[in-house]
Ligand binder design. Structure first.
Ligand SMILES: Nc1ncnc2c1ncn2[C@@H]1O[C@H](COP(=O)(O)OP(=O)(O)OP(=O)(O)O)[C@@H](O)[C@H]1O
Length: 299
């Protein structure tokens, strides 16, 4: 569904250049539900905005389905945004019209693309658990309910890919679980590919794969050892909920990402611990590759 290769995004202002993505590689399979994690400023939102057609890449390759987002024309971009992707932001103010009802909000994107389908709009609101509240105006709904309306809106034009930027950032844990369960259902039952950007590691247990971004590059990947673990947890097993790195390791296997030409990122902490600066020694013993501080030149 998504292929990024050597993706670069440079923001230029008068006297400043910020390289937000420095040649990022990422593959997302059709029908996958995955998360992208990273610290503030690592380039997560930049990546999501490019995938959502809200921002243009500077260089590299980025394909979503049949679309080449580097070469796409402005007109094609409008069709892409309307038909292929659905977008959810942390702050639902960007998705919602407060003076309309929940149902009218979901119908709005349908009307804008001349494809009003009231039955489907109602079905979507039922999907997100708002059947009883669809005729309420937005200000009569709680923040969590508004976020669920935003999910229904993002699905109005039947996208194949759902992009969510910190979708649970401003809701409590119970609502966050509810939203993640909605994503899982959309993914399993409608086959929608879901990409969630977050800095919240506790969401990791709810997805199949987590890709970590550091300094505008994919660095580490966490793949779930047992995909059925998700269900176990929802039944109250509890492991991996609301915790830090320990939790992610309990459920996922960690891998370092190696790009097509064999480059990988070594965490700064490892380099510092071994006092490796600009060069290292590398040995292959037939089974492992061992990276160590450079051997003394005199020795
Ligand atoms: N429109 C812009 N103009 C200039 N620089 C930008 C712009 N948008 C983002 N950046 C810079 O690009 C880098 C990556 O930002 P980005 O918002 O993608 O990070 P992020 O990982 O999503 O962070 P956060 O979790 O805080 O949202 C940052 O250094 C940021 O300051």
């Amino acid at each position: 569904m998504i292929t990024c290769e050597g993706l670069v995004k440079i923001y230029k202002s008068d006297d400043l250049e910020v390289v937000a993505l420095q040649g990022l590689n990422l593959n997302v399979r059709d029908g996958e539900m995955m998360a992208i994690i990273g610290n503030s400023g690592s380039g997560k939102s930049t990546l999501l905005n490019i995938l959502g057609g809200l921002d243009r890449p500077s260089a590299g390759q980025v394909h979503v389905g049949p679309w080449d987002l580097l070469k796409i024309t402005e007109e094609q971009l409008v069709a892409y945004k309307r038909d292929t992707v659905g977008f959810i932001w942390q702050s639902n103010a960007r998705n919602l019209l407060p003076y309309l009802t929940a149902l009218e909000n979901v119908e709005m994107p349908m009307m804008l693309s001349s494809r009003l389908d009231r039955t489907y709009a109602k079905q979507l609101l039922e999907w997100v658990g708002l059947k009883e509240r669809m005729h309420n105006k937005l200000h009569q709904l709680s923040g969590g309910e508004q976020q669920r309306v935003a999910i229904a809106i993002s699905l109005a034009n039947r996208p194949k890919l759902l992009l969510a930027d910190e979708p649970t950032g401003s809701v409590d844990t119970a609502t966050s679980d509810l939203i993640m369960n909605i994503f899982r259902r959309l993914n399993q039952e409608l086959g929608i590919t879901v990409v969630i950007v977050t800095h919240d590691l506790s969401l990791a247990s709810k997805v199949d794969r987590v890709v970590a971004i550091r300094d505008g590059l994919t660095s580490t990947e966490f793949v779930k050892r047992n995909p059925n673990l998700d269900n176990v947890q929802q039944n109250g097993d509890g492991a991996g909920q609301g915790e830090g790195e320990g939790g992610i390791h309990a459920i996922h296997e960690e891998y370092v990402v190696v790009d097509r030409v064999g480059r990988l990122q070594i965490p700064k902490a490892y380099l510092t611990a071994l006092q490796i600066t600009d060069r290292a020694s590398m040995e292959f013993d037939g089974e492992r590759i061992i990276i160590s501080p450079p051997k003394s030149l005199e020795g």
